[in-house]
Design a protein. Structure first.
Length: 74
């Protein structure tokens, strides 16, 4: 059974998830750079994971601040 939470708690949870996704995004993108020369296949996998976390972070950004983000990459 799920707990009922108020809007402030929901916002805090979303912000924590957004921060986590941002950290994961940076970690995977850094890992991709580290592997570029030595293991190109793993580098591509890490880059894809980084982009996945970026999509999650950007989605949560839009939930927290609707319309505050443009459609450009970055």
């Amino acid at each position: 059974m799920t707990d009922v939470v108020d809007s402030d708690e929901l916002l805090r949870r979303i912000q924590r998830a957004r921060s986590w996704a941002g950290r994961e995004e940076q970690a995977w993108k850094a890992r991709s750079e580290e592997l570029k020369t030595a293991d190109p296949d793993s580098s591509r996998d890490a880059e894809l994971r980084g982009h996945t976390y970026e999509a999650v972070r950007r989605t949560l950004d839009e939930i927290v601040s609707p319309g505050g983000h443009d459609n450009t990459h970055g």
